[in-house]
Design a protein around this ligand. Structure first.
Ligand SMILES: Nc1ncnc2c1ncn2[C@@H]1O[C@H](COP(=O)(O)OP(=O)(O)OP(=O)(O)O)[C@@H](O)[C@H]1O
Length: 324
């Protein structure tokens, strides 16, 4: 027996048929359900118009109704942590976000570093206040295509120290649960160490993976191990370790020296059985570009390549772990 909708299907183009999930006619009303995943508003309207035009006026069809469905984008959270302050965690988080965005991902950045929020400066959007809509914050856009929200936008710098656990944890939730739109990857720059904000991050927002930043010195590495234990206890998979400030490139003669040693992080990663994700050199160009609000990962120099390589490894990890 032929399906009564066969004639209607024949009126649809192959592109529409590829998106057609169901089609039925009840009492003269044709109801088509189409998958509109990945389409923007204009493309969705065009799809609707095309289906309506193709089905309207066909025998037995008095009215056409269209329902569009879309896969909800699953957002993955990558937490960037460190055992101690000053190892370049925020610099790595900002540039990792920019490098992932350059590689085609839709990336957002949360600056959860309550005691030293630096992402507004690193992304060149200092002083820009986020708006809110329906009691949700709207991330601040920037030239780098990485919408961002920072603790620094919620609190005044000199008051941060007075913020106690529950306040800080509540603020973090406002940032993570903001109106992030269609982003697929949220990079979260955590405060150094193992305090309330980190615990809220683990318990309430459950990152999909953690990246640990360390410098090559023993002291930094001991603290990095401690930070890693926190994630392990919280059952957050460790994506791997990054060695920052490894190898100093002399701006005059380009000779490379190792003021903090070399390879300590790679050895520690091997020891701990976690992947080593790469090295970012100690390079004055990184500090200067960062201070100027132009993330080096957005440029074309060797600094950008170091962050791009990092993004490739972390991107591969994300692609291998589509589901939790
Ligand atoms: N690879 C690098 N080469 C040169 N300078 C760097 C590098 N990484 C970070 N810096 C500089 O070191 C300083 C500290 O970096 P950053 O603020 O990212 O560290 P942090 O670990 O996030 O510190 P905190 O925990 O205190 O926020 C900044 O001035 C930054 O520009």
């Amino acid at each position: 027996m032929t399906d009564p909708t066969d004639a209607l299907r024949a009126a649809l183009s192959p592109a529409i048929l590829a998106r057609l999930q169901s089609l039925r006619v009840t009492d003269g009303t044709a109801i088509a359900v189409l998958d509109a995943s990945g389409m923007d508003a204009a493309a969705r309207t065009a799809l609707e118009d095309e289906v309506k035009a193709a089905l309207s006026g066909r025998p037995d069809v008095r009215e056409v109704r269209i329902a569009l469905t879309a896969d909800k984008v699953r957002r993955r959270i990558i937490a960037v942590g460190s055992g101690k302050g000053g190892v370049g965690k925020s610099t790595v988080a900002a540039n990792l976000a920019v490098a992932l965005a350059r590689a085609g991902r839709k990336v957002g950045l949360v600056d959860a570093d309550i005691y030293g929020p630096s992402q507004p400066r690193l992304l060149g959007s200092e002083g820009v206040k986020p708006q809110a809509h329906d009691s949700k914050m709207i991330p601040v856009q920037n030239r780098w295509g990485v919408p961002m929200l920072s603790m620094g936008q919620l609190i005044e710098a000199d008051k941060a120290i007075a913020w106690r656990g529950p306040m800080a944890a509540g603020a973090l939730s406002q940032l993570v649960d903001a109106n992030w739109g269609a982003i697929d990857t949220l990079v979260v720059d955590l405060p150094p160490g193992t305090g309330d904000v980190q615990l809220t991050m683990l318990q309430k927002h459950k990152p999909d993976g953690a990246v640990i930043v360390s410098t090559p010195q023993d002291l930094a590495l001991i603290d990095a191990r401690r930070a890693m234990q926190l994630f392990e206890v919280g059952q957050v998979p460790i994506v791997g370790m990054v060695e920052n400030m490894a190898g100093y490139v002399c701006p005059h003669c380009n000779e490379v020296s190792d003021p903090f040693g070399l390879g300590g992080t790679e050895a520690a990663a091997a020891d701990l059985g976690v992947p080593f994700l790469g090295r970012i050199p100690l390079d004055i160009a990184i500090r200067e570009a960062s201070d100027a609000g132009t993330p080096p990962a957005a440029g074309d120099g060797p600094q950008a390549r170091a962050f791009a390589d990092l993004a490739v490894r972390i991107g591969a990890w994300l692609d291998g772990r589509q589901e939790r």
